[in-house]
Design a protein around this ligand. Structure first.
Ligand code: HEM
Length: 179
């Protein structure tokens, strides 16, 4: 994971729980906490920080990761506004994640660990996003979708029965848009 992800995580923890909380997380995870935005750090380090945060706050790790996904979108909308401009609705935006957004991210950071999304777009008010990644961060994907829904002010429900954590080879994120 890129340093930018770690920097956003520290920002979220400091904002929601205070500076001492982030220091405690770093202590518990045995991390130094110095992250350069464009450098790559191990996925294990991110997982260790999430596990430490979860233990210290008593919030399940999945919920923390999901909240982190929600938190990221307004920051992305600021730093990478070009990906949001030109879209007036959530579905059109989500359809560009795999073929546009992450393609551009890969050009900026060739060694980025990015997931693969394929889509089932059979009905106007629905979209299924098939998520595949060795990192199995479907909770982050859910949070990013929820953050995007808030950004476009378009409520959407997520059904997530088929899941890599339940033995499937992908996660099916079945979205339903209410308008
Ligand atoms: C403008 C919007 C977006 C930008 C700029 C962006 C960029 C990125 C970046 C920089 C990473 C980290 C790569 C690394 O550290 O190695 C990442 C990972 C990820 N992104 Fe996006 N992303 C965006 C939107 C989304 C959305 C809407 C979704 C979900 C539908 C999504 C799903 C994910 C997931 C799940 C990962 C974690 C890595 C994995 O699962 O393998 N992204 N993205």
């Amino acid at each position: 994971m890129k340093g930018i992800v770690f920097n956003l995580l520290s920002e979220m923890v400091e904002e929601k729980f205070g500076l001492e909380a982030w220091d405690a997380v770093l202590d518990k995870a045995g991390s130094e906490g110095l992250y350069v935005a464009t450098e790559t750090y191990s996925d294990e380090e991110l997982l260790a920080l999430v596990a430490a945060g979860s233990e210290l706050t008593n919030i399940p790790a999945n919920d923390l990761v999901r909240a982190f996904g929600q938190y990221m979108i307004p920051r992305f909308a600021e730093h990478y506004s070009v990906f949001f401009e030109g879209h007036t609705n959530l579905k059109d935006f989500l359809l560009t994640v795999d073929s546009v957004i992450h393609v551009e991210v890969r050009k900026l950071y060739p060694e980025a660990g990015l997931p693969e999304f394929t889509y089932d777009n059979g009905q106007p008010d629905k979209l299924t996003m098939m998520y595949r990644s060795p990192r199995k961060m479907c909770a982050l994907a859910e949070g990013l979708i929820e953050g995007s829904a808030a950004h476009f002010e378009q409520p959407c429900t997520i059904h997530h029965e088929v899941c890599m954590h339940k033995g499937a080879d992908h996660c099916a994120l079945e979205l339903e848009f209410s308008r």
